[in-house]
Design a protein around this ligand. Structure first.
Ligand code: FES
Length: 189
């Protein structure tokens, strides 16, 4: 049986509420754990608050005017490379006409672009295999057999909709959140 502490408190209905040493030790232990957790959580949560420069880059406006058909540019959004490609009419036609069975992750071209802006493809430029940055946005870059992007790390290839057409990458390039502010301007994020 637990040994009562010398001090006793009076509880409801006038009954003495005896606090045992064991109960007291449990209370102390739990309180200490709570304080410890609080002390740990605060700097952790504080470190999750985005700094001002990160907030400033939470969205990026991109002027599309200088990007000619067939060209691509890379912008940085939240520390990630974003590929913006101006597709030619022939590239759009091929992307639309390619049968879904030919794809590793089948997705129609229409689901990869914004309605009325099929000439623009905007993808996160990180290979879905192990995270390399594929080539294909500079004029001198190889674009692979499908005209989009080529990842030199292990040879994955993407088409002009950013859909993986040759592995080992298992998934299409991810699409960032973005919207057209006008026909020549997008906002990413
Ligand atoms: S990281 Fe791109 S193919 Fe491996």
């Amino acid at each position: 049986m637990a040994e009562p502490l010398a001090a006793a408190t009076t509880a409801q209905h006038g009954q003495p509420d005896i606090v045992s040493k064991r109960d007291f030790l449990k209370l102390v232990t739990i309180s200490g754990a709570a304080i410890g957790a609080g002390a740990f959580a605060w700097p952790f949560i504080a470190s999750m608050n985005p700094s001002r420069d990160v907030l400033a880059l939470s969205s990026v406006e991109v002027d599309l005017t200088p990007v000619q058909a067939g060209q691509g540019i890379t912008v940085v959004w939240r520390g990630k490379p974003i590929f913006v490609r101006h597709r030619t009419e022939a590239e759009i036609k091929e992307a639309v006409d390619t049968p879904l069975q030919a794809m590793i992750e089948p997705v129609p071209d229409a689901d990869r672009v914004k309605p009325g802006h099929a000439q623009w493809i905007v993808v996160i430029g990180i290979c879905t295999h192990l995270g390399c940055v594929p080539l294909g946005n500079k004029p001198t870059d190889p674009r692979g057999d499908y005209g989009g992007w080529f990842c030199p790390c292990h040879g994955s290839q993407y088409d002009t909709a950013g859909r993986v057409r040759h592995g080992p990458a298992p998934l299409n390039l991810f699409l960032p959140p973005y919207a057209f502010e006008s026909d020549t301007k997008i906002r990413i994020g």
